[in-house]
Design a protein around this ligand. Structure first.
Ligand code: AMP
Ligand code: GLY
Length: 450
């Protein structure tokens, strides 16, 4: 690998892509970064040139292959789920272009939730009781012979993270099945699965865990806790993620060991056995529930990519050269790399258009103030997503607009920094929405120790 000589292409347009740009910007091997489609803030505070292709989609395969040839790209990082489903990685691999990201077959673990549950059953992963269904009738017949309880009804295909519908009882589950038509093709096959909860009926605690795998070896890159509901106190609709804290205090070594043994080892070897070796970032969305006084981890889902906004918290904390790590994945020598996470805590707050995840069309085009000032605070980073930049002015152009990352020696300090920074930002007409309680679980834990 030659220092300072490589051109990297990132396939993503959101905050996740912005965090990857930042990661490759710090690499001593990279001289230029390209992104499809990218976003206008990707060059925000970078040292290296960043070129975006806003007219393309993450699934514009022919155009992406053309860019690789024309720009002499040395590494493609495929970070977005629909690009993986489209088979982009397979096409790049066939042309010998180095690529981080799973093949379509390995990525089925995300884009086909029914397949993923069947896979989980074949390899004995801890997961809820489930049934993959192909019609309303099949779902109804299954529910008729079940005890009345709470379920999740999930579109099997990709649904922008919104395809899981909660149902409090069997009748509600039938209603939710009827609503799946709004996901089109993605909801034609669906999974009915038991709502996992603690013995006392309360909700378990979720975590996001990120595995780097080269198809032979794996390493854990980090863990985080997402806050998926749109409002404080975990109320309101599910979103792509309103904020993250890392590392979660829940993740004690003993629990991590258990997760490795019961979930990750079996998943990575299972995928190898099924001739779908996984190369790239594998995201375990898990839940821990209390059963008879013990913490028991279960698989909620796998994603074939970094989480957004989890990656905005985890990547800045990895002291490794990202290009080196990515090339180790490509060349299947991840066992030779020692990941070096720093010891800081990080809190990410998503700044969203008021109305998100519902209708926020009246916010589009409104000016965003304070981003530059906020980004100058020590220990704070800002990653753009749905922002349009015109003559150095910033305008709302999406649901989740940007992410503010605060770091600190613990979650309390990290959170203080992040909230200080976001307090300097607003969207014209008071149209900025963000949660004010990111990290609340660990803050409560720390406060209870005082
Ligand atoms: P998903 O789209 O599969 O990530 O689900 C969205 C959210 O629904 C998760 O973050 C959990 O909060 C919840 N969820 C999904 N499946 C289950 C389950 N089987 N038991 C408990 N909660 C679940
Ligand atoms: N933050 C959740 C996701 O990326 O799916």
């Amino acid at each position: 690998m030659k220092k300072g000589g490589s051109i990297v292409l990132i396939i993503d347009g959101g905050g996740r892509g912005s965090a990857l740009v930042d990661g490759y910007d710090k690499s001593k091997y990279v001289k230029k970064i390209l992104a499809v489609p990218g976003n206008d803030m990707m060059g925000f505070n970078t040292k290296k040139p960043v070129k975006i292709y806003p007219k393309l989609k993450t699934t514009s395969i022919d155009e992406i292959l053309e860019i690789c040839k024309k720009e002499n790209v040395q590494l493609v990082d495929v970070a977005q789920d629909n690009a993986i489903e489209s088979g982009l990685v397979d096409k790049l691999t066939a042309l010998n272009i180095p690529v981080v990201g799973p093949t379509r077959a390995a990525g089925q673990i995300e884009w086909d939730k029914g397949w993923a549950r069947d896979f989980g059953q074949r390899y004995g992963l801890p997961q809820p009781k489930f049934k993959v269904c192909h019609s309303l009738e099949e779902g109804e017949n299954f529910l008729k012979i079940q005890k009345n309880k709470a379920w999740f009804v999930k579109a099997s295909g990709l649904a922008e993270g919104k395809g899981a519908l909660p149902a409090n009882n069997n009748d509600e589950a039938v209603e939710r099945i009827k609503e799946l038509s709004r996901f089109g093709e993605a909801g034609k096959v669906f999974v009915l699965e038991e709502w996992l909860c603690n013995d006392d009926g309360s909700n378990g605690e979720e975590f996001s865990l990120f595995i780097l795998s080269d198809g032979r070896h794996y390493q854990i890159a980090g863990t985080a806790q997402d806050h998926k509901r749109v409002n404080d106190f975990d109320e309101g609709e599910n979103t792509g993620g309103m904020g993250v804290s890392t590392p979660p205090l829940l993740m004690r070594n003993s629990l991590l060991k258990q997760i490795k043994k019961e979930i990750i080892d079996k998943t990575i070897t299972g995928l190898i056995e099924e001739k779908r070796p996984y190369k790239g970032v594998l995201y375990l969305g898990g839940i821990v529930v209390k059963k008879k006084g013990k913490l028991v981890p279960y698989v909620i889902e796998f994603n074939a990519r970094w989480g957004d906004p989890e990656v905005e918290a985890i990547l800045p904390g990895l002291k490794n050269d990202l290009y080196e790590v990515s090339m180790a994945i490509v060349q299947q020598r991840l066992n030779k790399v020692k990941l070096k996470p720093d010891s800081k805590a990080r809190v990410v707050i998503a700044g969203a258009s008021r109305g998100y995840p519902g209708n926020y069309s009246n916010v589009k085009g409104k000016q965003i103030f304070g981003l530059e000032k906020a980004s100058r605070i020590v220990g704070v980073k800002i990653y753009g997503a749905g922002v349009k930049v015109i003559h150095k002015k910033y305008f709302a152009n999406g649901g989740r607009l940007f992410y503010v990352v605060g770091e600190g020696k613990n979650v309390i300090e990290a959170r203080m920094r992040a909230y200080h920074a976001i307090s300097l930002i607003n969207v014209e007409g008071n149209n900025l929405h963000f949660r004010t309680d990111i990290g609340w679980r660990d803050i409560e834990r720390l406060n209870s120790l005082r």
